[in-house]
Each structure stands twice: as C-alpha cells, then as structure tokens.
Design a protein around this ligand. Sequence first.
Ligand code: NAD
Length: 286
Amino acid sequence: MEKLDGKALSQEWRGGLKTRVEQWVAKGGPVPCLAVVLVGDDPASQVYVSHKIKACAQAGIRSIEERLPGSVTQDELLAKVNNLNRDPEVNGILVQLPLPSHIDEAAVVDQIDPLKDADGLCTENLGLLAAGRMRVAPCTPHGVIHLLKKHQIEMAGANAVVVGRSQIVGKPMALLLLQENATVTICHSKTKNLGQHLAQADIVVVAAGRPEFLGAGDFPKNCVIVDVGIHRKDNGKLCGDVRFAEVAETARAVSPVPGGVGPMTIAMLLENTMQLTMLQNPGVTP
Ligand code: NAD
C-alpha cells in the first residue's frame, strides 16, 4: 500500500510557495496578506486558525486575525467582512466555519469579495469552477487533486466515487475530478446502495463526517482511497472516516489521518492567497 503523504507534499508545496512569494516581492509585488475571521470559541476552530496563521508566517505571507464573540450579530459580521473587502492591504479573506447557528453562513461567505475569497467557497467562484473556468478552488478538494497527481494516480477515465455532497468538500471535489476527466459518482446520505457504487470504484474520496464508518470490505481491492474525515476519538487520537489499518492491507493507496488531506488544505489556502494577490496586481509580472 502506498501512503498518500499529504504532510510531505504540503511541506514541499509551502517551501516552493515561500520562494515564489520572495520572488514576487522582489519584483515589486505587495507582501500577500490573509485576513482570518474567527467567530466564537470553538476549540477545533481555534486550533485550525492557529495552524493557518503559523503557516502564513512560514511562507512569508502576512496574516491578520480578527476574533469576534460568538454573540456577534449577522449585521456586525457582514460589516466586518465589508471592511476587509475595502482594505487595500488585505488580499485574501477566510471566515472560519462553522459559524454559530444564528448566523446565515452562506450569506457571510457570499459577502466576501470574490477576488479575495481565499477559501474559494463563494457562489461566484464555485460557479466558475462548475463552468470549467476555475479562479480559486475550495482548499480541501483542490488539495486532494494535488495529492493524487503527486502520487501519479491516473484520474482520466477512472471511476471516481465521492462520498458526501457538502458545499465545502463533496460537491467541489466531484467537479474537480470531472475536470480531470474521471467518471464521477456522488454518493450521499440518501444514496440507496453505497456498496454497489463503491464496488465499481478506482478512486474513492470519503467525506461523510462519520468516524471510521468504512473498512476493507467496503472497497474493491487495489482501490485508491482518500480520507477527508477528521474526528477526535475518546482516547484523544485522531481518526478519519475510514478504518485505516484495515484498508492498508487491501488498497493500492490510502491517505492517512492525520497527515493526509488536512495539511494539503492549509497549503492550498496559502496558494489561493498568492493567486488572488497576483490577480489583484496585474501590473506586476511574477
Ligand atoms: P458535512 O456533514 O457537511 O457533509 C457530510 C456529507 O456526507 C453529506 O453530504 C451527507 O449526505 C454525506 N453522508 C453522511 N452519511 C453518509 C453515509 N452513510 N453514506 C453516504 N453519504 C453520507 O461534512 P463536510 O463538511 O463535507 O466534512 C466531511 C468530513 O471531512 C468531516 O469529518 C470534516 O471534519 C472533514 N473535513 C476535513 C477537512 C480537512 O482539511 N481535512 C476539511 C473539511 C472537512
């Protein structure tokens, strides 16, 4: 079994990006700047945000952290996003999800200027992706594509099954695999016979958000499995949606949790920030 090592690829990517940022700045480009908005005190979100801020610093990207209380109103949050939209020093904006239940998440994401949408999640950027004219892609599924490419997994013509249809992972994942010429099936909580679909798969991307719910018996032999899920078990250890030890015996390649998709998500966030900075400064030649 080949391990789809997202940690290694993320480090390589971020190293390359650091060099590109230096070259960009040497040519007169502004130091890219990412603003991260964190609402409330969800411990997991705080950890994710601190990783993102640290990764920015390592790549030579400036970051601004905006913390707002969980009691913030929709209007206050929209006003904060508007201020960042107008701030000429800010190139990328990320609002850490999930937001408290009294906030309309989609409205907040769509308030972000599409040219500053570092997560690639606003309607305009998802629409461009669907139209085959990608500007910036959502970080997690884009990271999966790069991980598969790095390991020379042939996507063209492959039967790819995506388990999950969320706006953040499943849907854009399917679009990106389609763009790579895979034959794509999307399964979700109402899919009648998941096993039947999985049996035909060459590549499966699992993003169901259910701890270790799939094992060796669910996948055909020599399948490539990308596990997007991330959960903390009672013993404090992390696990994915897939029982890694089981599938390690039968799969052709598997992404581990941790060390698979998670680190790639951060690398793609930095990459998107750089791409948006370049789009906003067409006069600077990289
Ligand atoms: P979500 O809850 O929004 O969506 C889950 C999807 O899975 C839904 O579309 C649902 O229909 C489908 N589903 C649920 N049970 C199913 C079943 N039994 N069979 C088939 N489909 C089923 O979750 P999400 O935001 O897409 O995240 C999915 C997982 O990925 C979570 O564990 C999340 O923590 C993780 N995640 C990881 C990263 C990362 O960077 N590693 C990023 C985003 C999400």
